[in-house]
Design a binder for this molecule. Structure first.
Ligand code: TXA
Ligand code: MG
Length: 318
């Protein structure tokens, strides 16, 4: 099978209604979607991605109204987050409803839910009478896809249809916030910044290392990783220490003597986030045997980018 890459909503709808998988665009990364209420369809997501069954999926809804059939209850703080940040890159973890099969949440009694900010996918969600369970549309552990072509490259012979919605405008995954306890806890840094969340609801805890769902490898140290070794630090120092052919992933500065991708010439963190995963993919396909990169300013989206760089560099590779 070769997936078709098109923007035909009717076809995507028909496939999803018959229990097939469809890759869908979102503002963060492309997702690999199935009917969230249908366990046999969801199982295929895990098979297709080689994803371990203990890593729960995010459920995508068309709007706040759609949340009530996914979760058991919506506390006021969660409602406030939805009203402030949806549609957008924020996943909210709440107690799950009985309509969500255990396979979606890996047996947890909570579920992550979000309303993505992408016109095509919102129209698709509105046309369906079920929400969509979707992890990022990449093989487990590899760099997330931010274009339809990225999805096709790795999963193109395993899924029938990729709904092409262009390049993802945010470029890093959603922020995940657990609202099941008194104080909300951020479990994954992402497209909505801690600063924005604090401004909306006040104090939050941030716990992205030992998450409340330790069985969820999306938060484990080695993830989002290229196949090559990646080192992060001072580029000048790393260039002196590392021998052989290297590729350089820099924030703003240019390194004309090397194969180099700059994330943002103007030092704009939004632009850097949007470019991050495609830059990592390009350098991974380079002849250089090692990728070296540098930390970005640890504020706003820079924190989510640094988190991805840290995990990409932590992959144990042979
Ligand atoms: O931006 C995104 O969130 C993208 C797009 C497609 O929406 N999706 C995405 O999904 O990044 P995925 O599967 O790559 O990451 C989902 C992560 C899991 O690895 C897990 O860590 C966390 O979400 N998660 C899901 N349900 C959870 C739950 N009930 N409790 C704690 N963490 C959960
Ligand atoms: Mg993922």
């Amino acid at each position: 099978m070769k997936s078709r890459i098109e923007s035909n909503l009717k076809e995507a709808k028909v496939l999803l209604e018959s229990g097939e998988l469809v890759a869908i665009p979102t503002e963060t990364v492309y997702g690999l979607a199935a009917n969230a209420f249908q366990a046999d369809a969801v199982i295929r997501i895990f098979e297709t991605k080689n994803r371990p069954h203990f890593d729960p999926l995010i459920v995508h809804v068309a709007g706040i109204e759609g949340v009530s059939e996914v979760v058991a209850e919506t506390p006021p703080v969660a409602l406030k987050l939805m009203q402030t940040f949806w549609p957008g890159p924020l996943t909210i973890v709440l107690r799950k409803s009985s309509k969500i099969p255990d396979i979606v949440t890996s047996g947890l009694d909570t579920v992550g839910v979000r309303m993505p900010d992408h016109a095509l996918t919102l129209e698709l969600l509105r046309s369906l009478d079920f929400p969509l369970a979707a992890p990022s549309a990449n093989p487990f552990g590899y760099i997330s896809p931010t274009s339809a072509q990225h999805v096709a490259k790795q999963l193109g012979d395993r899924i029938p249809y990729i709904l092409d919605g262009g390049i993802c405008s945010v470029g890093v995954e959603s922020t995940i916030i657990d609202c099941t306890s008194q104080t909300p806890v951020v479990l994954r840094l992402g497209g909505t910044t801690i600063e924005q969340i604090t401004e909306a609801i006040g104090f939050v805890e941030v716990n992205t290392t030992s998450s409340s769902a330790p069985q969820a490898p999306g938060m484990t140290l080695s993830h989002y990783a290229p196949r090559k070794h990646m080192y992060i630090g001072s580029i000048q120092n790393l260039l002196q220490e590392i021998e052989g052919e290297v590729s350089v992933l820099s924030f703003q500065d240019s390194y004309p003597n090397y194969r180099n991708i700059r994330l943002s010439e103007t030092g704009d963190l939004k632009e850097a986030a949007r470019n991050l995963f495609s830059a990592m993919r390009m350098l991974d396909a380079d002849p250089g045997h090692v990728i070296i990169g540098e930390w970005l300013p640890d504020v706003g989206l820079g924190r989510a980018i640094n988190d991805r760089l840290r995990r990409a560099a932590s992959q144990a590779k042979s």
